[in-house]
Each structure stands twice: as C-alpha cells, then as structure tokens.
Design a protein around this ligand. Structure first.
Ligand SMILES: C[S@@+](CC[C@H](N)C(=O)[O-])C[C@H]1O[C@@H](n2cnc3c(N)ncnc32)[C@H](O)[C@@H]1O
Length: 228
C-alpha cells in the first residue's frame, strides 16, 4: 500500500501512526521482506535488517523497492520509548513464551527505531491527528496509518474517527492506510470483500476502500481479486 501511495504521489512519505505505541510500524524502509506466494518467495532484502515474512495469496502488487520515508511520527495515549529499557522490557514481556523468533525480531526492531527515534506524542488520536497531519505535510505526503487500534475506541468514537480521516483524505490532506478488525471500522469496505479467509483476519484499507485481508500480526495477506 505504501509503495502504491509513493508511486501515485511521486514524493517521499511522511508517516503518521495513530496508536503508535513505540512506533515500530513507522520503519517500513528499514526492514527486509520475504513474501511467500503460490509461485515461490519474493524478497525485498536490506542488509543487516530484521526480516518480516508473510504468506501472500491473490494478486498483491508486491513492491520492488523500499518506500522513501521523510518523517515518522504519531500519537498514543501511552507512548513507549524505544530507548528506555523498562519500556522495551514491557514489550518483550507481551510476546507469548514460545514465540522466540518474534522476540528476536522485536529486539532487532528496537535497534532500528533507536537509531532514529520517531516523533510519537502523548494524546488522544481523535484530538491529535489533524495537527499531526499538518506537521507531517512539511516533509512529504502525510500517510495516516494504524493497526489494531480503533477497537480501543467506543463505537461512536470509531464512527467519529472514520469521518475525521475520510474528511482529511477528501480534502487531499493525507492518504490513509488502515488495518483493523472487520467489525471495527465498518466504513472500510469494498464490494469484493466477502468473508474473512481465515482466523484473526483484519481488513486492510487504502483511503477507506478495502483492498485485502491480513492476519492481525501480518503473517498472511489475501489480496482481493477485484480492486487489485
Ligand atoms: C494493540 S496496540 C497497537 C500498537 C501498534 N499499532 C502496533 O501495531 O504494534 C494499540 C495502541 O493504541 C493505543 N490507543 C488506544 N486508544 C487510543 C487513543 N484514543 N488515542 C491514542 N492511542 C490510543 C494504545 O495505547 C496502544 O498503544
């Protein structure tokens, strides 16, 4: 999705994460990727970087280059500091005991983020987003993104959030990539969405249009045939 936005806008991206926590999703240009497709593995390597892996089904437009990210910031009610050992120990503690490879990848991501800490503010996303989008616009095309966050809002706040970001998209102030449960953001839909293809699936949307299903932890992605 980021590669598509970068190609359409032909400018560096300024990422604004809603519910950023420690901001580890703000470094798509600093990770290596391995997508396992029906035709075999497709990789986007990056020397020394942690590798993110994903099983892909459907005609996903896999990127051939990393996006150029000019700014990374966001908001969280309780931002975590990747340079603070107590905060990183807390995040490591949240990984299930048998998932050693996730723990290793998490520690590698701390190193990536510590080298260039993100601008994550403390606050409520509903209040903070418009100002953050304005700030980000000085650096590149603002892209509001979030994963597993909107479920924490009350139902009326979820609707308010969808109206807020859709409004910003309509004004041309930002692009919007969402990754949330299918019952959470009813506004992010498309005719081809259908039923979730497996357990723990989130709807991945671009500017309010559903383009794919993805596992909540990103381990698999099913691109929808129609909107491709
Ligand atoms: C499950 S975590 C997801 C963190 C991150 N997006 C990720 O994928 O690793 C949800 C985050 O949303 C934050 N959050 C929940 N409600 C929020 C609100 N109203 N404003 C800002 N952040 C919020 C929480 O503090 C938490 O860090």
């Amino acid at each position: 999705m980021l590669a598509r936005v970068a190609a359409e806008e032909d400018q560096p991206l300024a990422l604004v994460e809603a519910g950023a926590s420690a901001g580890l999703c703000l470094y798509p240009d600093r990770y290596a990727y391995r997508w396992t497709t029906d035709q075999g593995d497709v990789t986007l390597p990056l020397a020394g970087a942690p590798e993110l892996t994903c099983r892909v089904r459907g005609p996903a437009p896999l990127p051939v280059a990393h996006p150029e990210v000019a700014w990374r910031g966001g908001v969280d009610l309780n931002p975590l500091d990747v340079t603070d050992p107590d905060d990183t120990a807390w995040l490591v503690n949240l990984v299930w005991p048998e998932e050693e490879s996730r723990r290793r990848r998490l520690r590698a991501a701390f190193a990536v983020a510590s080298a260039e800490p993100p601008h994550v503010r403390r606050g409520d996303l509903l209040e903070a987003l418009p100002r953050l989008v304005e700030e980000a616009a000085a650096y590149g095309v603002p892209v509001v993104l979030h994963s597993a966050v909107i479920a924490y809002l009350e139902p009326d706040e979820r609707r308010r959030y969808a109206r807020l970001v859709s409004g910003l998209v309509e004004e041309g102030a930002c692009r919007w990539i969402s990754n949330e449960g299918p019952q959470v953001l009813w506004e992010v839909r498309s005719p081809g969405l259908g039923e979730p293809p497996g357990p723990a699936q989130f709807v991945v949307g671009l500017d309010g249009r559903a383009l794919a299903w993805a596992h909540g932890h990103g381990t698999n992605l099913t691109w929808l045939e129609g909107p491709g």
